[in-house]
Ligand binder design. Structure first.
Ligand SMILES: *[C@@H]1O[C@H](CO)[C@@H](O)[C@H](O)[C@H]1NC(C)=O
Ligand SMILES: *[C@@H]1O[C@H](CO)[C@@H](O)[C@H](O)[C@H]1NC(C)=O
Ligand SMILES: *[C@@H]1O[C@H](CO)[C@@H](O)[C@H](O)[C@H]1NC(C)=O
Ligand SMILES: *[C@@H]1O[C@H](CO)[C@@H](O)[C@H](O)[C@H]1NC(C)=O
Ligand SMILES: *[C@@H]1O[C@H](CO)[C@@H](O)[C@H](O)[C@H]1NC(C)=O
Ligand SMILES: *[C@@H]1O[C@H](CO)[C@@H](O)[C@H](O)[C@H]1NC(C)=O
Ligand SMILES: *[C@@H]1O[C@H](CO)[C@@H](O)[C@H](O)[C@H]1NC(C)=O
Ligand SMILES: *[C@@H]1O[C@H](CO)[C@@H](O)[C@H](O)[C@H]1NC(C)=O
Ligand SMILES: *[C@@H]1O[C@H](CO)[C@@H](O)[C@H](O)[C@H]1NC(C)=O
Length: 461
C-alpha cells in the first residue's frame, strides 16, 4: 500500500486529466473466513477486502453476495439488488479504489450473513461486468464459550469457544463451564457435556438459566487414565445446527509410581540386576537407589545402566549374608515416589574341610547351597538357582584324594609305630618279668601307667 500510494496518485491524475485506457484489475481480493460468534455475546464485524485498479469515470465497483449485487461503490441502494440493512453494512477505504465491505453480524443474522461474496467491476453505463474478484466463502456460526477453571486460573475459549492443552494434576478439581445464548423457546435449549473417553467421576451441576444465558458446569477429578481427553459441550436446539465448544486435550500429570523388579540373578558370581519400574507424567527423569538406607553411588559392587533405571549388584560375599533392603525413588516434575522396601536375603554357605595338616584349614565354597533371595514386601518371590560348577567338583575331588592319601600314610605310620612298640614291650616284659597275661594286645591306660609309669593315650586310636 505504502509503495503503491504514489502510483495510485499518478493513476488518479491520469484518470482525471488523461482519461486513458487502464487495464482494470483487482489488487486485493477477499479471503475465505470462518467466523464464530461466541454464546450470543456482542456483535462482531466481518471484514472483506477489495482494492481495484480501474477507470473511475466509466466503471463502478460492486459487491455481490450469492450472485446478487448489494452495493455500488460506497452506496447501498434499494435498487442495487438485494436489500440489505445499511446500518449493519458499510464500505470503507476511501478513494484510490479501496472498497472493503464490513458486516456487523450477531446471533440473529449468522445464517443471513453466511454466503459467498465477491467484488466486481462494471461499466457504469450498461452494467456490463468487466472483472470479477475471487469469491470468498464466509461461514459464520455461533458457538458456546468453554471455560476451564483450574487452580487459580481461568482459561477462556478462543474465538471458536475452545480451550486447548491444559495441564492438570491427577486428583485435582477441574471445573468446566459452557456458556451460550438462550435462543429457543423455554425448555427447548439443551446443553450436554461429553468426553471422548469414559469418565467415571463427573459431577453434573444443572443448567442455570440466568437472563438469556445458558450455563452448564461440570466438576471433574482427572485420573491418569483420562490423559489427553477432550470434553465437548453441545448446545442443542430443535431444527438448528448444534453449537459446540471443546475443552482439552488435558495433559494429566502425576507423581511416579515405582516398584523394584528383579531382572536377573546369577548365583555363580553373585550378581543381581534390579529394574526400577516406574510410570509418571511427565516421565521420571531421575532415579535414586538405596541399599540399607544408604544412597547408592557407583562403585565396585554397584553399577547402573540405562540412566540409572537398572542397578546391578555384584561381588556379594559371605560377609554380605543376611537381609538387605533396596529401594528406588523415581523423580519427575510433579514429585517423587519411593518404592516399597525390597528385601535381598543373601545366604552364601560354606562347607569346611579340615585337613590333618596342622595349622592349615581350607575352606571350600559350596555354591549349590547359597541363595540370594529378592522379595518385595508384598510379593514373595524366592529364587534359588541350582548351580553345577565343575571347578568346585574338581577342587573337592583333589582335596578328598589328598586327605585319603594322608590318612593312609598316617595309618601306615601308626601301624608301624604300634608294631615297634609291641616289640619294645615284649622286650621290656622280658626284662621286668612276672607279668601274668602276655596274650592280650589290648591294654588299659591304667595298665599302661603301671607298665610305663606314665599316663599316655598315644596308643589309643
Ligand atoms: C458497455 O459500455 C462500455 C463503455 O461505457 C462499452 O465499452 C461496452 O462495449 C458496453 N458493453 C455492452 C455489452 O454494451
Ligand atoms: C470424585 O473424586 C473425588 C476425589 O478423587 C472424591 O472425593 C469424590 O467423592 C468422587 N466423586 C464420585 C461421585 O465418585
Ligand atoms: C493426544 O491427542 C492428540 C489429538 O487430540 C494426539 O495428536 C496425541 O498424539 C495424543 N497424545 C497422547 C499422548 O495420547
Ligand atoms: C447434535 O448433537 C447430538 C449429539 O449431542 C446429535 O445426536 C444430533 O444429531 C446433532 N444434531 C445436529 C443437527 O447435528
Ligand atoms: C512394572 O510395573 C507394572 C505395574 O506396576 C507391571 O505391570 C509390570 O509388569 C512391571 N514390569 C516389570 C518388568 O516388572
Ligand atoms: C538417558 O536420558 C537422556 C536424557 O533424558 C536421553 O537422551 C537418553 O536417551 C537416555 N538413555 C537411555 C539409555 O535411556
Ligand atoms: C521428595 O519429595 C519430598 C516432598 O514430597 C521432598 O521433601 C524430598 O526432598 C523429595 N526428594 C527428592 C529426592 O527429590
Ligand atoms: C526398609 O526396611 C529397613 C529395615 O527394616 C528400615 O530401616 C527402612 O526404614 C525401610 N525403608 C523403607 C523405605 O520402608
Ligand atoms: C542359609 O542356607 C543354609 C543351607 O541351605 C540353611 O541351613 C540356613 O538356614 C540358611 N540361612 C538363612 C538365614 O536363610
Amino acid at each position: 500500500m505504502d509503495v503503491a500510494f504514489p502510483c495510485r496518485c499518478i493513476t488518479f491524475l491520469l484518470i482525471c486529466y488523461v482519461t486513458t485506457a487502464i487495464d482494470p484489475r483487482f489488487l486485493i481480493q477477499p479471503d475465505d473466513q470462518r467466523i464464530v460468534l461466541q454464546y450470543g455475546g456482542s456483535p462482531i464485524y466481518v471484514g472483506l477486502d477489495c482494492l481495484a485498479d480501474y477507470d473511475m469515470v466509466t466503471m463502478h465497483v460492486y459487491w455481490f453476495k450469492n450472485g446478487v449485487p448489494i452495493s455500488v461503490n460506497y452506496l447501498f441502494h434499494e435498487d442495487v439488488g438485494e436489500l440489505v440493512d445499511a446500518s449493519r453494512y458499510s464500505i470503507s477505504g476511501g478513494s484510490f479504489g479501496k472498497y472493503s465491505l464490513q458486516i456487523m453480524t450477531d446471533d440473529d443474522y449468522v445464517t443471513f450473513d453466511t454466503g459467498q461474496y465477491y467484488c466486481s467491476l462494471l461499466y457504469s453505463s450498461n452494467k456490463t461486468v468487466i472483472e470479477k474478484s475471487r469469491t470468498a466463502d464466509i461461514n459464520i456460526h455461533t458457538s458456546p464459550l468453554c471455560v476451564v477453571d483450574y487452580g487459580t486460573s481461568l482459561y477462556y475459549g478462543n474465538a471458536e469457544g475452545d480451550v486447548g492443552n491444559v495441564d492438570v494434576l491427577e486428583g485435582d478439581v477441574v471445573e468446566l463451564s459452557c456458556w451460550s445464548k438462550y435462543i429457543g423457546t423455554p425448555g427447548e435449549d439443551i446443553m450436554v457435556w461429553s468426553g471422548d473417553d469414559v469418565v467415571e467421576n463427573i459431577t453434573n451441576i444443572p443448567i442455570i438459566d440466568s437472563d438469556d444465558l445458558l450455563i452448564s458446569s461440570i466438576v471433574w477429578y482427572p485420573e491418569r487414565e483420562n490423559h489427553n481427553m477432550t470434553f465437548t459441550c453441545t448446545h442443542r436446539l430443535p431444527g438448528k445446527p448444534n453449537r459446540t465448544c471443546q475443552a482439552g486435550p488435558f495433559n494429566i500429570m502425576y507423581k511416579p509410581s515405582v516398584n523394584v523388579a528383579q531382572l536377573q540373578m546369577q548365583i555363580t558370581n553373585y550378581q543381581i540386576t534390579l529394574l526400577c519400574n516406574s510410570t509418571g507424567n511427565p516421565s521420571v527423569h531421575e532415579y535414586v537407589w538405596t541399599w540399607d538406607n544408604e544412597v547408592i553411588t557407583k562403585n565396585d559392587n554397584f553399577h547402573f545402566e540405562n540412566n540409572h533405571t537398572i542397578l546391578a549388584i555384584q561381588g556379594l560375599a559371605v560377609e554380605n549374608n543376611g537381609p538387605h533392603y533396596v529401594t528406588c525413588t523415581g523423580i519427575n516434575d510433579v514429585g517423587n515416589t519411593t518404592s516399597e522396601n525390597s528385601t535381598i536375603q543373601v545366604n552364601i554357605t560354606f562347607s569346611q574341610t579340615t585337613t590333618v595338616r596342622p595349622l592349615t584349614t581350607e575352606i571350600v565354597t559350596d555354591y549349590s547351597k547359597s541363595t540370594v533371595m529378592v522379595t518385595n514386601q508384598v510379593v514373595h518371590d524366592a529364587i534359588v538357582a541350582p548351580v553345577h560348577d565343575c571347578r568346585i567338583f574338581i577342587l573337592g575331588s583333589i582335596i578328598a584324594a589328598i586327605v585319603s592319601f594322608l590318612l593312609v600314610i598316617i595309618v601306615i605310620i601308626l601301624t608301624t609305630c604300634l608294631i615297634k612298640k609291641k616289640r619294645q614291650r615284649k622286650s621290656q616284659r622280658k626284662n621286668v618279668g612276672k607279668y601274668p597275661d602276655s596274650k592280650s594286645n589290648e591294654q588299659s591306660p591304667t595298665e599302661q601307667f603301671l607298665l610305663t609309669g606314665k599316663n599316655t593315650d598315644i596308643y589309643s586310636m
